[in-house]
Ligand binder design. Structure first.
Ligand code: PEP
Length: 360
């Protein structure tokens, strides 16, 4: 049965949880993930050790001979909310007794990630109040949080917000700075210690004429400068009604894939934001969101790699609020949220961050 990365993690945990603390034990389980057969082989010592061994679709569990060498072991690290650990995994293919030459390492933390896009809102007074409210809220879930204030207040917010809040810019220029009136370069963000930038937001696509290709180039430039990217994709209502949702998302993704390397994906979060749900109060149903997220992950598997597809985090954005976040968070391919309106309310935003505890 196909499983999502979250369920994959859970399956690994289930497979080996029983051996936790035992001196040495091995077990094998075959599952299908991203159309590939995965053989999970475990060996438990004092700490839980996990391995995932990957094979392509033509390899069966029975004809594959798999073994573990101590150097191939990796300990479990990091985790999702609700103690749903995500294993860092090494995948070593060994087919018919021959070890494959490639070693794939999954480095993503897999941590649920919530972004607050403050857009072009606020005054010094309201921004100070928002920072105070965020700082006094209790983030109890295991979640990464990124706030994107308007550029003019970014320095102020950065000096006020405490951990775990990180800062993002809402945009940056496509190349090195210079005679580009009104723009901010990725070098400036890097210089000012702004670790993240949101790129390709639908408002910039529709109001500022940013094309897929332009967003792809911007993404690459920001990454090469050392700024991590939240890359937004999503369809309009007309495109959804025409049945084009996935094709639109895939075209937007392809323009990014065409510009970046496989390694770059370690520093990219995909934000799926259906345009018809942004700022409209019309949230996608959890099933609608999950369907697109799963489609995006499958596309990434087919067009980038199984490794990237399994570790890339996909946020949902579009009228997420304190009331609907918990249910959305339960969907297996929803790895976080990008929040507009509700991120201006500290209490609501903290509640949304804590919905990570419902992530499966
Ligand atoms: C956004 O603009 O990224 C967004 C998701 O907005 P809202 O939450 O207000 O729909």
């Amino acid at each position: 049965m196909p499983v999502s990365p979250k369920s994959l993690t859970q399956k690994i945990i289930n497979s080996f949880g029983a051996f936790f603390g035992h001196k040495q034990a091995e077990e094998e389980e075959e599952i299908i993930y991203n159309k590939q057969k995965w053989i999970i082989i475990g060996s438990a010592h004092k700490t839980m050790m996990m391995m995932t061994m990957s094979f392509n679709t033509t390899t069966t569990a029975s004809n594959a001979s798999c073994s573990l060498a101590s150097s191939q072991k990796t300990s479990v690290r990091g985790g999702r909310a609700n103690n749903k650990l995500r294993a860092q995994k090494h995948a070593i293919a060994r087919q018919n007794g021959r070890r494959a030459s490639s070693l794939v390492v999954c480095d993503g933390t897999g941590k649920f990630v919530v972004g607050g896009n403050w857009k072009c809102n606020g005054t010094i007074d309201s921004i100070d109040k928002l920072c105070a409210s965020l700082n006094s809220g209790k983030i109890t879930a295991d979640v990464e949080v990124i706030c994107a204030p308007p550029m003019v207040y970014i320095d102020r917010v950065q000096s006020k917000l405490k951990a775990p809040y990180q800062i993002a810019a809402q945009n940056c220029w496509v190349s090195k700075g210079g005679a580009f009136t009104g723009e901010v370069s990725a070098e400036m963000l890097k210089d000012a210690n702004i670790p993240w930038v949101i790129l390709g937001h639908s408002e910039r696509r529709s109001l500022c004429g940013e094309t897929n290709e332009f967003v792809g180039l911007k993404t690459k430039y920001a990454l090469d400068t050392g700024v991590k990217v939240v890359a937004c994709i999503g369809e309009s209502l007309a495109q959804r009604e025409a049945g084009d949702t996935l094709n639109v998302c895939f075209a937007q993704l392809k323009a990014i894939v065409d510009c970046v390397t496989e390694k770059d994906w370690e520093n990219i979060i995909i934000a799926y934001e259906p345009v018809w749900a942004i700022g409209t109060g019309k949230v996608a149903t959890p099933d609608q969101a999950q369907e697109v997220h799963a489609g995006v992950r499958k596309w990434m598997n087919e067009n980038v790699s199984a490794d990237v597809a399994s570790k890339v985090r996909i946020q949902y954005g579009g009228s997420v609020n304190a009331g609907n976040c918990d249910e959305l968070a339960t969907k297996p391919d929803i790895d976080g949220f990008l929040v507009g309106g509700a991120s201006l309310d500290g209490e609501a935003f903290v509640k949304i961050c804590n919905s990570a505890a419902h992530s499966k």
